[in-house]
Design a binder for this molecule. Structure first.
Ligand code: COA
Length: 371
């Protein structure tokens, strides 16, 4: 068995298909390129949760339920106000999300219908939490969500306190679609392990948030932007990257456990980064990224992953760097909850075995004063 469960099939799922050698990603049979070009985040949520593309009335219904579930309880807002302001927002996001369970009367209700309602609330309310974490830590007012905006536009509205232009709303919507699900990635697996104990949906999602935070998973997008800011000058890219190689460090935003070719999400994010950076007159972030890609590809044979070009895209949209990973959660909660629902629908406790590498299990007891 490979370390890190590499290539191990750890369960069945009908949600997400990945062919890492051909660079194919599909949700419920629909290629990510089709979805990124034609769908919306609301429609993608419906697809992930219910298995089929919605008809018009079904999409209206799901969109309305999502929009109508955005408000979080006043007690959670008070709790968020009391959080320290200078901590990584992934901590406050994880804590606030976990607290939603305390005020949801259905938290312990395990019927399929109640769990779908909680999946919708979890997805809707994650955006409210993440956007407002940033406001509250900066001493700004809590912005209540609006019900007349799309999920993407409402997120930007809560974050900035003003309506986004349609280009930004569209870019965020595509980013939400691209990040929504990715089979048994570390955070989704964590969600499923918790769900498989028949613990509640809030506990399962909270496990996923904890796993997403790490720099080997969702945290990589922040590391990419910090690297770009450190380089700052396109003329310094080559030296900087060669220095990373010389120190035998990893380049953030490259490599993937499953893809041996281009991550299909990176294809869209590369284009989005180019467009977004040029539009605001900050093309250098894209140019530097493109040069880094050239070097890492040529010398390390590694491709950029989903986090590489999302970094510069979010940065020029005006998203704070340490909100990049929480924003990943704003999208991925849709996939997490789809997997949790699937796990509940055909559950068996997930409890693998370990290959034992400790001492022979026959050691004799040694009294403490003789050790
Ligand atoms: C994504 C990632 C965790 C996958 O990890 P993994 O499948 O366990 O792969 P490994 O870390 O074992 O890497 C395999 C080899 O490729 C190298 N490698 C992998 N990613 C690399 C990177 N970003 N930069 C330089 N080398 C890298 C490793 O050093 C290792 O080389 P070795 O065999 O000579 O020791 C890993 O590529 C990584 O750490 N990337 C940077 C963080 C990141 O972007 N994460 C977001 C993922 S979406």
């Amino acid at each position: 068995m490979g370390a890190g469960l590499e290539d191990v099939i750890a369960g069945e799922s009908g949600i997400c298909f990945i062919d890492g050698d051909k660079g194919i990603l599909a949700y419920r049979g629909y290629n990510i390129h089709e979805l990124a070009t034609n769908s919306t985040f609301e429609e993608t949520c419906h697809l992930l949760w219910f298995g089929k593309l919605p008809k018009k009335d079904e999409l209206d219904d799901t969109s309305k339920k999502l929009a109508g579930s955005r408000q979080i309880s006043g007690q959670v807002i008070d709790l968020m106000r009391a959080f320290p302001k200078d901590v990584p927002p992934m901590h406050t996001y994880r804590s606030a999300f976990s607290a939603l369970a305390l005020y949801d009367k259905e938290a312990e209700e395990m019927s399929p219908e109640a769990n779908v309602r909680k999946a919708i609330r979890a997805t809707a309310q994650t955006a409210t939490i993440v956007a407002n974490i940033d406001r509250l830590r900066k001493g700004k007012d809590f912005v209540q969500p609006r019900t007349d905006l799309t999920h993407a536009a409402n997120f930007a509205y809560m974050l900035n306190g003003e309506l986004p232009n349609s280009t930004i709303a569209k870019a965020l919507d595509i980013a939400l679609i691209l990040h929504a699900d990715h089979e048994l990635n570390a955070s989704t697996f964590a969600c499923r392990v918790t769900a498989a104990t028949l613990s509640d949906l809030y506990s399962a999602v909270t496990s996923g948030i904890g796993a997403l935070k790490g720099p080997l998973h969702g945290g990589a997008n922040e590391a990419v932007m910090r690297m770009l800011l450190k380089i700052d000058d396109p003329a310094r890219v080559d030296d900087f990257i060669h220095d990373i190689f010389a120190k035998k460090q990893k380049t953030a935003g490259f490599g993937h456990r499953v893809y041996t070719t281009e991550d299909p999400r990176a294809t869209h994010l590369r284009r989005m980064s180019k467009e977004a950076t040029e539009r605001v007159g900050q093309a250098k972030w894209f140019q530097m990224s493109a040069r880094i890609e050239e070097i890492v590809k040529a010398e390390k044979k590694l491709n950029p992953n989903v986090d590489f070009y999302s970094a510069s895209t979010y940065y020029v949209i005006g998203m704070p760097i340490d909100l990049f990973t929480p924003f990943f959660g704003v999208s991925r909660v849709s996939g997490w909850t789809a997997h949790i629902l699937e796990q509940y629908s055909n559950n068996r406790l997930i409890r693998p075995r370990a290959e034992y590498t400790g001492p022979v299990p026959e050691l004799k007891w040694i009294p403490i004063d003789q050790r």
